[in-house]
Design a protein around this ligand. Structure first.
Ligand SMILES: [Zn+2]
Length: 347
């Protein structure tokens, strides 16, 4: 089968690899119909040393169940399923607490252990706990929004939860990538009154406004902090969704949050220590977040997608075939596309 393999910085290829197959009795084999390229895929795309082992990329997918291990109980061949970016058993102590990304039998797709989903097919461990069957056909018009439930919409929602967004709250969203834009959707959905998006790309900011952002701040650093404070009576916002992961983004987050407020961080951190710990301490700021347990959120968000109350699938502004994946990485890396959907031809 064909799959996406990252060999080093800027060197992503579509290659023929051994077919995905069942290994454990709890596995499902899923023929991928839709996958996508994630902002977090761009970190290894930009940084990976060529000496490292080649990586099979992709952690977001919708597909059709092709085969099931003997222990799988809740799925059947032919089910259309959405795959969260982490697999989980759904039964361990952390899954029961809704923190599926810490599952004791869990892990992540696109790693050395489990191959990625930017491929014709993917092996899904812990299929009963991981996959969610969708009540739609494989070519349903809602596919883009349903696909965001495998990562970016759940991640934006997690940022909003960690930042304690609620009715009437003021919110800042740092980052205008797909996760930040979904963070706007999530904040609006949870009843935020004012949503300030911090970003610099006109097309993305226009979409943020369509999703419910009330204000746009395109400055950076201290100027951005001053602008957000000016927009909030000098106090700052209750909730900050930090959707970037850099030292500067976290500094800005702590700079714009009001005393007693919360920062939800979902950008993979590319800093050693959380910066600005002194103002965070003196202002009683909560800093939370991490990899989103998107599996826990699918049940909550799915009805809103199916009934059209939210349309996070609008973050996809380019659709490509599997063979075009290297171009897709380039387009996202050069900020020519917000988020790229990969439509695979099923086998
Ligand atoms: Zn678990």
């Amino acid at each position: 089968m064909r799959a996406t393999v990252l060999h080093g910085r800027g060197d992503v290829r579509i290659e023929n690899v051994p077919d995905a197959r069942l290994i454990e009795p709890s596995d499902a084999l899923v023929a991928v119909t839709r996958a996508c390229i994630c902002g977090s895929d761009l970190w290894p795309y930009q940084l990976m040393e060529p000496v490292e082992t080649a990586r099979r990329m992709g952690h977001e997918a919708i597909g059709v169940v092709e085969a099931l291990g003997a222990d799988v109980r809740t799925l059947k061949v032919g089910d259309v399923v959405v795959m969260p970016f982490a697999y989980s058993d759904g039964t361990c102590v952390f899954c029961q607490e809704g923190l599926h990304t810490s599952c004791v039998r869990g892990g992540f797709f696109g790693t050395v252990e489990v191959a990625g989903a930017q491929a014709e097919a993917v092996r899904v461990p812990q299929a009963d706990g991981t996959l969610v069957a969708l009540p739609v056909g494989a070519d349903d018009a809602l596919m883009p929004s349903l696909l965001t439930l495998s990562d970016v919409m759940g991640t934006g929602h997690h940022a909003a939860r960690a930042a304690k967004v609620g009715r009437g709250k003021t919110v800042a969203v740092i980052g205008d990538g797909a996760v930040g834009l979904c963070g706007v959707v999530a904040a609006r959905r949870l009843g935020a009154e004012q949503i300030i998006i911090l970003g610099r790309h006109p097309d993305r900011l226009a979409l943020a406004k369509a999703f419910g952002a009330t204000d746009v701040v395109s400055e950076r650093g201290e100027e951005a902090v001053a602008r957000v404070r000016a927009l909030t009576g000098g106090f700052g916002v209750h909730s900050v969704l930090e959707c970037v992961g850099t030292d500067q983004a976290m500094r800005t987050a702590i700079g714009v949050v009001r005393p007693g407020g919360a920062v939800g961080r979902v950008g993979v951190p590319h800093y050693e220590a959380i910066p600005a710990s002194e103002p965070a301490f003196y202002n009683n700021v909560t800093v939370g977040g991490g990899p989103a347990p998107v599996r826990a959120y699918i049940q909550e968000l799915l009805p809103d997608v199916l009934e059209g109350r939210i349309e996070p699938g609008r973050v996809f502004d380019r659709v490509i075939s599997l063979d075009q994946v290297p171009d897709g990485y380039r387009a996202m890396n050069e900020r020519q596309a917000i988020k790229v959907m990969v439509k695979t031809s099923s086998r």
